[in-house]
Design a protein around this ligand. Sequence first.
Ligand code: OAD
Length: 236
Amino acid sequence: MVQLQNIVILTGAGISAESGLQTFRASDGLWCEHRVEDVATPEGFARDPGLVHRFYNMRRAQLREVEPNAAHHALAELCRDWPHGTVTLVTQNVDDLHGRALRDAGVVAEEHLIHMHGELCKMRHSVTGEVRDCHDALQPGDWRPHIVWFGEMPFEMDRIIDRVHECDLFISIGTSGNVYPAAGFVAEARGVGAHTVELNLEPSQGATLFAEHRYGPATEIVPTYVRLLMEHAGKT
Ligand code: OAD
């Protein structure tokens, strides 16, 4: 049996759904209640910064009411216990649930976790670019949410692509595969011969690009898959 070494895991809103955070594209999702152009573009922010701040202030405040779920914890334990190469979590989520689960597991979050679309718990200075922690409501002024909006470049793309090119297992969890560049990582992973797996509630837009699929709620299928990986690691 070939031993897997480096694992890259891409996560999306579906992994946090059972913690109580809305996804984007469900019929009761965030993009049904809010117009993307108004709250998630630089132009929307220039037009009405108060509206944009209210949207992210509301989502930041929600983080105090939710906890990481069994899927976040299972991935954190995989980061801690994987005995071979590296485990990298690339998340499109701006919540802090992966970070909290990693810290609960005693793992240094920064070594494993890349927030490619930014973080609700950070703010960025519009002129200097300085980034600071932010746990309270923001008002119009010099600071903007540290969030990647449509038309902006996701963070840490070079590091992500390097990790994807080095991986032999690529797992996509709870993402609809609608938004690039994240939706393109599976093709990059296949290009270097990695095994590719989709874990989701239902087949995503790019489901056929994956070699293996498991469908169900993240809190069930993610811990099960992590257990299988650890068993596989123990046997080889
Ligand atoms: P979406 O809302 O597009 O997709 C969520 C996915 O999670 C869907 O495929 C659901 O089937 C799945 N899902 C829902 N509940 C689940 C559960 N309990 N267990 C497992 N899967 C579940 O969210 P994303 O794909 O994350 O970007 O969206 C990608 C990006 O689009 C976001 O990062 C955001 C958004 O616009 C920016 O704001 C830049």
